[in-house]
Design a protein around this ligand. Structure first.
Ligand code: F6P
Length: 536
């Protein structure tokens, strides 16, 4: 990167941010009658409205220039053409191939990865059909699937299942990730061994929580009279040797390629459990929805690219407006796991302090991602969103058409979501408080407490309907935004070394707790004291 150009660009962005903060967003609407048309876009069944944020043409131009300095387009090409952009693990990142192996725009050429992807898709289809046939042939039909996996080996599948559950059959999936056996116990209470299938999902098949949970489930089967529990276990993994070593029968091992990262694996056989319930056709529609956004991500000029615009705004807020967190509010109960999924996607991908070349990053990387489901959140955290002293960009996801017929509920839900975006923008001045509450004889203190600064940014994504295609498109938008976020800050978005140290230390702590003796430990005084309190 040309550092003097970058420095001058950053100084322009910094001056712009000061002005933007001083002038606010409302002023942008006053100055541009076409603001909504200029800064909103419809892609298939998704409508993106950026106009209630600090976006403007200057911002887009400055970031397009910065993207040039960062080699954004070359990196996008490197990503999709299978170059080893995961530098620390020396791997390609090709989960997009699972969504579309035919489009040469994206796949570029017949690389080895492309044929691997075709093979992986073909293999998954065949195994899927075989498993469905086996399930049909069972004397006692399966009523429950226990999906055992953690992080990327579960969050996407859980989201997929919950979002589209009503399109699937009546079987239930229970997700077990945590090593905390309270979770497992509650699943045991809801299942019986005769009608339960277990799918263990782990890219590495070495994750301690997953292996221990599988073992305890196997013991539970045995305790309940099943002589050979592993017959009911499938293993989904990129490391089949390890799954076989664990004891999963060869015909029950379902693989996916190494170049599918954990948090990018919802498109692969990792979603076997949800795909079994939804049906393969709907799972394929989910992939197609994502592929439609892949097209936009790859072909749209950066200045019109919604994934890039969202990433540029994230970068602007974090680096020039001192923003530390952003909040995502889906106004749809079916999206109750969306924030967990997006938290991992963004923070595990971009929460880094080294560049892809190993030097310290001199910018702010991933913001804290949090949020929840509307309208519940309005009665808890929205106070801070509207009147807190931190600027928190908010994202609203609304679904136009529900899948139930309680129209009044849905209209009220939408009204609330829309009203919140309007309130964040408009705020409320003292004059407005006095007018709105003219008849109430409010004290001066009460009036002042009702002042809202407004000019708080939000992005709204309106979905026509929650279908497999729309869900796929929405998640692909978030993935590509994270990609651009990584490129803008110069990091490798595809490793997760930051999770390792704690795992390593847990291995040292565990024997001390098991033995009830911490002598010989090498921990700091606080940790030693804590351990002593636990074992005493
Ligand atoms: O500890 C973090 C992590 O490696 C995630 O990146 C991953 O999604 C999760 O653990 C589960 O890993 P695995 O799929 O190998 O069990």
């Amino acid at each position: 990167m040309n550092t003097s150009s970058a420095a001058s660009l950053f100084s322009q962005l910094s001056t712009k941010a000061e002005l933007d903060l001083a002038n606010g967003i409302k002023q942008k609407f006053e100055q541009d009658s076409k603001r909504v048309e200029d800064f909103s876009q419809t892609l298939g069944q998704l409508y993106f409205d950026f106009s209630k944020s600090h976006i403007d043409q200057d911002l887009i131009d400055l970031y397009a220039h910065y993207a040039e300095l960062q080699g954004c387009e070359q990196k996008r090409h490197a990503f999709l053409s299978g170059q080893r952009i995961n530098t620390s693990e020396d791997r390609s990142v090709l989960h997009t191939l699972l969504r579309d192996t035919d489009n040469q725009n994206i796949a570029m050429q017949e690389t080895g990865a492309l044929s691997q992807a075709k093979q992986a898709k073909q293999q998954f289809s065949e195994q899927y059909s075989l498993i469905q046939a086996n399930l049909k042939a069972r004397a006692v039909p399966i009523k429950s699937i226990i999906h055992v996996g953690i992080g990327g080996s579960s969050l996407g599948t859980q989201l997929l299942y919950e979002a589209l559950k009503e399109l699937g059959d009546e079987r239930e999936i229970h997700f077990v990730g945590n090593i905390d056996a309270h979770q497992l116990m509650s699943v045991f209470d809801q299942c019986d061994v005769q009608s339960t299938l277990v799918i263990g999902v782990s890219k590495t098949f070495t994750t301690a929580e997953t292996l221990k949970n599988l073992e305890s489930i196997s013991d539970w089967f045995k305790k309940n009279g099943v002589v050979n529990p592993l017959e009911n276990f499938y293993g989904v993994t990129a490391n089949p040797k390890q799954a076989l070593a664990y004891g999963i029968a060869e015909q029950n091992v379902v693989t996916f390629p190494q170049w599918v990262g954990g948090r990018y694996s919802v498109w692969s056989s990792v979603s076997l459990s949800a795909a079994l319930l939804l049906g393969k056709e709907k799972f394929d529609l989910f992939l197609q929805g994502a592929a439609s956004i892949d097209q936009h991500f790859y072909t749209a000029d950066l200045k019109q690219n919604v994934c890039f615009q969202a990433a540029a705004l994230d970068h602007y807020y974090a680096n020039f407006m001192g923003v530390r967190s952003k909040a995502i509010f889906a106004y749809d109960y079916r999206f109750r796991s969306l924030v967990d999924y997006l938290q991992q996607l963004e923070t595990e991908s971009n929460g880094k302090d080294r560049t892809a070349e190993g030097t310290p990053v001199e910018q702010k990387t991933s913001m804290v991602v949090w949020g929840g489901v509307g309208t519940d959140v309005q009665h808890s955290v929205f106070q801070m969103l509207h009147q807190g002293t931190s600027l928190i960009p908010a994202e609203f996801i609304l679904v136009k058409t529900p899948s139930h017929d309680l129209v009044e509920h849905h209209n009220e839900l939408l009204a609330n979501g829309v009203a919140q975006t309007a309130a964040l923008l408009a705020g409320q001045t003292l004059d407005e408080v006095e007018q709105r509450h003219a008849k109430e004889n409010l004290s001066e203190i009460a009036k002042k407490a009702k002042i809202f600064s407004g000019d708080r940014p939000s992005l709204t994504i309106l979905l026509e309907k929650l279908t497999p295609t729309v869900l796929g498109a929405l998640l692909a938008f978030y993935e590509h935004r994270v990609f651009f976020g990584g490129v803008l800050t110069g990091i490798n978005s595809f490793d997760q070394m930051g999770v390792e140290l704690g795992k390593h230390l847990a291995k040292q702590v565990r024997p001390l707790i098991d033995k009830g003796d911490i002598s010989g430990h090498r921990f700091d005084a606080s940790t030693a004291h804590l351990l002593k309190k636990i074992i005493d």
